[in-house]
Design a binder for this molecule. Structure first.
Ligand code: DCP
Ligand code: MG
Length: 435
């Protein structure tokens, strides 16, 4: 949530759920995808290792190769000293094949195609995806999962969601990722790095300070070796020390960045995850402090959510073809319902009307959370085909469905909806939640 409060809706108490996904030794993992015999072997991806070449650097090294001291940005000659090429070791009686590695040249277009497959999954599991680099992204999944605990009381639904994302990448693309789950971007980033490779680290909102406390300052984003040694000279070794330092002193010493580091060390980071691409859907949801059966309260909430979502769509110039709701009933059963429209529209009154009519089914049920979503988005400056297609297909010149139009029932079943990323939270417990 985080962006303001709706009248009559309890949303401020809800912490956001941010995932940071960072692929493990990404280029090396891509090479393993192409050549599975490299699994478990020391692999170095870089330039300049062929006989006769001498200049070049390591792009990345597999974790097995890192044990020999090979690392990103290292001169290739240094890497070859630490870890000879397998081909050379086989011919040279002085070298041990047990301590040799496989070198591969950088093949950027292949890595980009693998990254594209990963990004497609990320966009499927989150509406808001910020792609930071070829192998790294932030996802806001607040409306897809929750911080509620499940089963043994220590695991959260968000953890199940993080595991689901990791497993989908592993199964559908075949490369490992590390995932951090936290209520903000800076903590999620630290979390994804915390247990690499193949890590899944979840930092609950009430445990952020505790998690950050013992970390050396240089593990905070934006603290390089120079800042770290300067902080150490001030007696600040850990994020905990930084969180207890005087922000005025930090401000004097490091300017704006000092105050920012102070905030991050305290787990304060309210930067929204701003998407790098266009969203596939827009949604908003809100929880009640106690489950409610009161029909008027449910309707009011749905109306407020519908108005908010429709307003965001209008502001972004988005047209939608599907309007849906999400209803969470105790203990934590997630129900999604959606109606497809005959064509793409920007029609706030229709969003309210459809959302309310979908809510009727739950009139008598106790409800702990409600959500409204518009999806199958298109944007005014693209996808003319869908508008034309509609106009031609319907025999009607009006591409815009009026509020009187009877929405056609969604053709997709809830199961299909789930497979497109609308994952049922009920699927997530301690068991494997992958699809
Ligand atoms: N890269 C590069 N040169 C660098 C750093 C990185 O060419 N100096 C490339 C190779 C990496 C990719 O970018 O595979 C992603 O960078 P990361 O920093 O995420 O490193 P890795 O994914 O390789 O390893 P990790 O498991 O630590 O994330
Ligand atoms: Mg990486």
């Amino acid at each position: 949530m985080g962006d303001g409060t709706l009248p009559g809706v309890q949303s401020r108490s809800e912490a956001r759920i941010v995932l940071h996904v960072d692929m493990d030794c990404f280029y090396a993992s891509c090479e393993r995808l192409r050549d599975p015999s490299l699994a478990g072997e020391p692999v170095v991806v870089g330039m300049g290792f062929e006989p006769g070449e001498s200049h070049g650097a390591v792009a990345t090294a597999s974790y097995e190769a890192r044990k020999y001291g090979v690392e990103s940005a290292q001169p290739i000659s240094q890497a070859l000293d630490a870890l000879p090429r397998m081909a050379d070791a086989r011919d040279d009686p002085d070298l041990d094949v047990g301590d040799a590695g496989y070198y591969r040249p950088v093949d950027m277009s292949f890595y980009k195609s693998v990254a594209g497959e990963v990004k497609a999954i990320l966009h499927d599991v989150a509406d808001t995806v910020r792609e930071v680099s070829v192998d790294e992204a932030y996802l806001d999944v607040t409306d897809r999962t929750g911080w509620e605990t499940v089963a043994d009381g220590d695991r959260t639904l968000a953890e199940g969601y993080g595991r689901y994302v990791k497993q989908r990448i592993a199964r559908e693309v075949g490369v490992p990722a590390s995932v951090g789950v936290a209520p903000n971007m800076s903590t999620a980033k630290i979390a994804s790095d915390y247990d690499k490779p193949d890590g899944l680290v979840v930092v609950r909102p009430d445990r952020v300070r505790q998690f950050l406390e013992p970390l050396p300052v240089d593990e905070l984003h934006g603290v390089g070796p120079v800042t770290a040694s300067e902080l150490r000279s001030m007696g600040i070794e850990t994020a905990g020390d930084l969180a207890r330092a005087d922000p005025a002193v930090l401000g004097d010493r490091f300017g704006e960045r000092g105050r920012e580091l102070y905030a991050r060390a305290r787990g304060d980071d309210d930067r929204p995850v701003t998407p790098t691409g266009r969203p596939k859907s827009l949604s908003r949801e809100s929880a009640f402090t106690e489950p409610t059966t009161e029909p008027s309260r449910k309707r009011e909430t749905v109306l407020a959510l519908a108005a908010d979502v429709a307003d965001r769509a209008t502001q972004r110039g988005a047209l939608y073809r599907t309007i849906g709701i999400k209803v969470v009933t105790p203990p934590y059963d997630v129900h999604t319902r959606a109606n497809s429209l005959p064509g793409p529209v920007d029609d706030p009154a229709l969003v309210e009307e459809v959302a309310l009519s979908l809510l009727e089914e739950f009139e008598a049920d106790p409800v702990r959370k409600l959500g409204v979503r518009v999806s199958k988005l298109s944007f005014g400056d693209e996808e003319q085909t869908s508008l034309d297609g509609f106009a031609a297909g319907s025999g009607d010149d009006e591409a815009d469905a009026s509020t009187d139009a009877e929405p056609r029932p969604d053709r997709s079943t809830p199961g299909e909806e789930r497979s497109s990323g609308q994952v049922s939270l009920g699927d997530f417990g301690s068991r494997d939640a992958g699809s």
